[in-house]
Ligand binder design. Structure first.
Ligand SMILES: [Fe+2]
Length: 238
């Protein structure tokens, strides 16, 4: 581990606010995971990557007594953004996404009643506040150009960057195997007890920990970029 990597690690976890409560919900036929991230004090919530079953996400939030005020997006692939317009229409939530993914979000809103909805861009290491809780955006490109993980105190939502036992593919437009390697190294530097909430239910369990992934995930076990590239570019998934 270089000094630089150690510095990166502590800057990512430094001064994290209290973590939102997290509810993981599997939706659609592609085994997508959405998360409801909530502040139990103010009952404000964010929905991450709303897609496929927005009515169910709304029902779930209502049952929990939550008011959805934000939509957080990990990346602009269709299966993660196709429910944004419906979600914003029902809740008036503001949309939060990395600037490099914004075009795909605008595409998802096109032709809807909320086509002109305000989109707030989030930069690397910026904090996203949900009521009295919060998360830090980590720009983790490689699967897509501006793919973003959201780190809370104790867990990280990883989109299609890291799966339980796997990682995102890099052969779609904007994919870059070297960038994904660096993004995974950044996640690997998080505390081992950090719980991982991936963007799809592709693993043996719906969530994991960084510690378990470091031991069991073949992509995190690679000793070098060359080894990682050979493995990533041989296997195609997600
Ligand atoms: Fe994706």
């Amino acid at each position: 581990m270089t000094n630089e990597a150690t510095a990166t690690d502590s800057a990512d976890t430094h001064n994290l606010p209290n973590a939102p409560d997290v509810v993981q919900i599997e939706v659609g036929l592609l085994q997508n995971f959405c998360e409801i991230l909530a502040c139990s004090d103010t009952r404000e919530a964010a929905v991450l990557d709303p897609a496929w079953e927005v009515d169910r996400l709304l029902r779930e939030a209502r049952a929990l007594g939550l008011r959805i005020t934000q939509v957080l997006i990990t990346h602009g692939h269709h299966d993660h953004v196709e429910g944004i317009a419906e979600m914003v229409q029902h809740t008036g939530a503001s949309i939060v996404v990395n600037a490099r993914e914004i075009d795909r979000v605008r595409d998802a809103l096109k032709g809807s009643a909320v086509e002109g909805a305000h989109i707030k861009t989030v930069a690397d290491r910026e904090l996203v506040t949900i009521g009295r809780r919060g998360l830090r955006a980590l720009e983790t490109p490689g699967h897509t150009v501006g793919g973003t993980c959201f780190l809370a105190d104790g867990y990280v939502v990883t989109g299609d960057v890291l799966f339980v036992g796997g990682c995102g593919r890099t052969d779609f437009p904007g994919g870059d195997t070297a960038q994904l390697w660096r993004s995974l190294q950044r996640l690997a530097a998080l505390p081992e007890e950090t719980r991982v909430y991936p963007g799809h239910n592709y693993g043996s369990t719906p969530t994991s920990t960084m510690g378990r992934e470091l031991l069991e995930n073949p992509y995190l076990r690679c000793a070098s970029f060359e080894e990682f590239r050979a493995l990533r570019e041989r296997k195609r998934k997600a």
